[in-house]
Design a protein around this ligand. Sequence first.
Ligand code: PMP
Length: 418
Amino acid sequence: MTTRSLGRLRRTDFPYYAAHPDAVYLDSGATSQRPETVISAETDFVGADYAAVHRGSSVATGEATWAFETARERVAAFIGAGERELVWTAGATDAINMIALGISDASLGLGSADLALSAGDEIVVTEAEHHANLIPWQRLAARTGAVLRHVAVDADGLWSLDGMRREVSPRTRLISFPHVSNVTGQIAPVADIVGLAAEVGALTVLDACQSVPHMPVDFSTLGVDFAAFSAHKMLGPTGIGALYGRAELLDVLPPARTGGSMITTVTMEHAEFLPAPNRFEAGTQPVSQAIGFGAAVDYLASLGMSDVRSHEEGIAEALVETVTRTPGVRLIGPAPGDERAAIASVIVDGVHAHDVGQFLDDRGVTIRTGHHCAQPLHRALGVPATVRASASVYTDLDDVARFGEALGEVRDYFGVTA
Ligand code: PMP
């Protein structure tokens, strides 16, 4: 088994590995390690160039604003968006809430009637959603009288285009779905779903948290209306993420948050909002995090996202091979040989996921246990929790081998026989 090496990547780029030379870090689906270039971009900016952004007319403000907006240009270019189509948010959760709250306001008459939902309109999601792409739609449905439908998953945790076809109807106004499942690693047929949405005139929202860090993604080519992703899963800082939206939609989506820096005119009774993206960026923004986010996409772009995907395909294959040859371990998600992201969630017969996690942790293998913020999916699988290994650019085959060795010892350790 080989993986394509990522030419410019060095583990020494990541201070985490200097601090933990023997670490097997397989929890990048939760949050990723950062290269030195990301850390120093942020600290250099804070140390040398820090000033208010988009406020006042000083040279310092001008320079800080330039750095902030340049970071936006770089992140926008990375995902095939125009600068006006990329809104800074606190993360993907925040971005999805901003869409849902904006549509909620539109439904109250506080914005474009085109985006308004009425009682009986339908929103479609999948049973595989991260709670961040479920609860905001539950709340929107509750506020508007819309009906929230979902595509069920099968015994492996997979949903299908056919299943989506069965849930979509002429009443469907919005389809929101995960590009890559954070539990199963399933990759969605985005173009087909965009086509299905177009047939019924529905908007599409893509939860791209687990795709943008790992494969080439161009939202304008994919044709989705909105998308959300987080910097901290793509080698960048916490506290910042992005909302992508087609410019003409963002210009009419009511802002979920209001206040300073997002207006043109304010009277005691009324406010007019700036065009996108600024209309969504009320208050002081996470400026140094934006600079770090820009450095993170520069780092990924320097590796080349096609090469990142090839590398992680090799890791995914190795994870599947390792898990499927371990007795008493069941792999969730796509069958061996089928396309998947480098995420492998498993159920170990006779041992609770949390005990597996503790056992692996004691052997220096960092993975995630629990429901991974996807309780409905786990309910459908009939287990409260799974054990998830997830990779990133710095993951290598040795990590997979050490995970496999430890996983192979778990059942013996806990005295589980056959
Ligand atoms: N969607 C998916 C698929 C995720 O994996 C996550 C993070 N686990 C989120 C949404 C939420 O991202 P954040 O916590 O960064 O807002």
